[in-house]
Design a protein around this ligand. Sequence first.
Ligand code: CP
Length: 320
Amino acid sequence: MKTFFNVEDIGDLSKALAEAKEVKNYPFKWKRLGENKTIMLVFFNSSLRTRLSSQKAALNLGMDPIVLNIGQDSWKLEDKLGVVMDGDKSEHLREAIPVMASYCDIIGVRSFAGLTDREYDYNETVLRQFIDYGGKPVISLESATVHPCQAFADLITIEEFKRKARPKVVMTWAPHPRALPQAVPNSFAQWMNAADVDFVITHPEGYELDPRFVGGAKVEYDQMKALEGADFVYAKNWSCPGVTDPSKYGQVLSRDMGWTVDEAHMAVTDNAFFMHCLPVRRNMIVSDAVIDAPTSLVIPEAANRVVSAQVVMKRMLEEM
Ligand code: CP
């Protein structure tokens, strides 16, 4: 595997899920695989889970992780070609990426969407430069449009907790005070469409995700109707994807607290499990009662981030 970006990169999902189970049961079985190998984890944005789970996964495989916080530990980096670099950015990605790549065997990159230029974000302009200039396998640790390590961990969690062969999974938009990227819902949709689940997306009008991620999923604008009979409720906020109106890309169109997932919402489900990628704003996205209930999976879901990252790194190491 040279890149981990889209669901197709992992290949057969049942094989990946079986491998995840083995990795979870025997995390140190491949401790020699990463011997004398280094992974560089490059963060342009904040992180708790991704940073720690990626480091833990690398250590389980015997790899040495190096973490770099761009702009804090390093120079600020320019990412646009052809600009006169007379601002606060001291170095260009064109040099910084091959330098970083020369110190490691795998690169992981977190680089969020700027939410001002849809084309720039949806072309994955920063991540693609790591692929083009690094010459090393690249893992998206949440880039402009996708968060595959999260979606893989979400699928592993659904597989572990499902009570029927083909569960109903509902991804619901929920309110948030700030504009957030679409990477998590995009990837969740992409992975659920590839998995053996009945997948429904619900959100207020104007929040339509890019059709390439929605795929064949059912979109239901009535949140309560969407949640009826659900086995898993996956809550997430996202800003306007600019599909129906590109001028609104990245904007907050609604703060309707009626969409906050509370006990009344969960009551119409089939005793559904609650999921969220974290970090979560309590009583905005989800009520205290729902996230604190025994049916909340937010902690096992976060714990599975080590498993998903380890499977991906293991596959990359096995091909070296
Ligand atoms: N879910 C997730 O990616 O968490 P962090 O932003 O803390 O890494």
